[in-house]
Design a binder for this molecule. Structure first.
Ligand code: FES
Ligand code: FES
Length: 162
């Protein structure tokens, strides 16, 4: 099947079997290896990408679902030089740890902060519940995300909603 879509702000096209998965299209066809394959069962979040602005597990999403849409991978979140502020926060707080789950976390945190720039601790934990880190734990990851919340603004949105 012919698939065309926007990949990290670039128009792309590919011939790809409609029953193959989005993670295969990204990793095997487009050689974007930042999206990680781990559980293959929509449990760990390592393969998270943005499809039409929504986080999805690329290991359970068909490649065909990208047709005429927009995909952003971890590669699309890095500026041409250097790191994004979220990536830098992970480095500064030692949150990359072994690093395997980090791309999925960065995509999920990008999604969270784009919707809610001032999340509370609970909102951060809730939003990242679909991303598993199996090596060291979550303390550093939470510290990195919390460092991105403007001082005094933690959970402002949640309080306004309550
Ligand atoms: S590899 Fe897709 S959720 Fe784990
Ligand atoms: S940093 Fe190693 S699994 Fe998360």
């Amino acid at each position: 099947m012919a698939i065309s879509f926007t990949l990290n702000e670039r128009e792309v096209a590919a011939e790809f079997p409609p029953n193959r998965l989005l993670i295969d299209l990204l990793r095997d066809h487009f050689k974007l290896k930042g999206t990680k394959r781990s559980c293959d069962m929509e449990v760990c979040g390592a393969c998270t990408v943005l499809l039409n602005g929504q986080p999805v597990s690329s290991c359970t999403t068909l490649a065909a679902d990208a047709d005429q849409g927009s995909i952003v991978t971890i590669e699309g979140l890095s500026p041409e030089a250097g790191l994004s502020r979220i990536q830098q926060a992970f480095v500064d707080h030692g949150a990359a740890q072994c690093g395997f789950c980090t791309p999925g976390f960065i995509v999920a945190v990008t999604d969270l902060l784009s919707r809610n720039p001032s999340p509370s601790d609970d909102e951060i934990r809730h939003h990242l519940r679909g991303n598993l880190c199996r090596c060291t734990g979550y303390v550093k990851i939470l510290e990195a995300v919390k460092s991105l919340v403007p001082p005094g603004r933690e959970g402002v949105k949640a309080q306004v909603k309550a």
